[in-house]
Design a protein around this ligand. Structure first.
Ligand SMILES: O=C(CO)[C@H](O)[C@H](O)COP(=O)(O)O
Length: 228
């Protein structure tokens, strides 16, 4: 395991330690969230955790959780006790960019319902301002997606349709993703509102004011961050 992977796992184990028997838990998506799901599976297998219910934010996490003996249920209106997930960027207020893994819609639907939303990451994900390193993924309806992209470009956004191969990327919800390059200076909440008001946009990768704390692992220590 590389040093970076070891750091991601360390952050994930710290977050998974917050899960107690009987909790309903939002299960994130991505390479860091995978370590948290594995740790929950380990704690269940050892008898340390009982009666956990997971709500998975992607088909991949659903499958992994079931393989590890974590009971999985669909999202319903009941609150979740906790949700644990990775992020692509984390600013000092714990505003996030998420969705480079493509699961932003189910992640936001799940994590907004969690009493505690805990972010896990290695130190490369921390930024001073959102957009420093990552684009913001914007999930857009497949129908008319080129027209939606025109509307996004007309707002002054650069970026491109996510297309890893011959065909555009398709999310678990059957939509496409436009990875929008963010301007030098912008207000995330204003841009989020504008994007959500744009015809064809399903959801954005801005997760603003949602995270309670983050476990961020650096080579020296795991730092526990709360919004500044
Ligand atoms: O938002 C996500 C998936 O939609 C992931 O949480 C995010 O991309 C971070 O992934 P990783 O832990 O693999 O760096």
């Amino acid at each position: 395991m590389s040093d970076l992977e070891a750091l991601k796992k360390e952050a994930a184990v710290r977050a998974a330690a917050l899960v107690e028997s009987g909790m309903r838990v939002g299960l994130g998506t991505g390479s860091t969230a995978k370590y948290a799901i594995e740790e929950l599976g380990r704690r269940i297998a050892s008898g340390e955790l009982k009666d956990i219910v997971g709500v998975a934010t992607s088909e991949a996490s659903d499958q992994l959780a079931r393989q590890l003996g974590i009971p999985v249920e669909p999202l319903d209106p009941r609150p979740l006790d906790i949700a644990i997930d990775g992020a692509d960027e984390i600013d000092p207020k714990l505003n996030l960019i998420k969705g480079l893994g493509g699961a932003l819609l189910r992640e936001k639907l799940t994590e907004v319902q969690a009493r505690r939303f805990i972010v896990i990451a290695d130190h490369t994900k921390t930024v001073t301002h959102l957009g420093e390193k990552a684009p913001v993924p914007v999930e857009i309806a497949k129908f008319g997606f080129l027209s939606t992209i025109e509307r996004l470009r007309a707002m002054g956004l650069g970026g491109r349709l996510r297309q890893p191969g011959a065909q555009p990327y398709v999310t678990d919800n059957g939509n496409h993703i436009f990875d929008a390059q963010l301007p030098e200076s912008f207000d995330p909440a204003t841009l989020e509102r504008q994007l959500k008001g744009t015809l064809g946009v399903v959801e954005t990768g801005f997760f603003l004011g949602m995270a309670e704390r983050a476990f961020v692992a650096s080579p020296d220590e795991v730092r526990e961050l709360t919004p500044v």
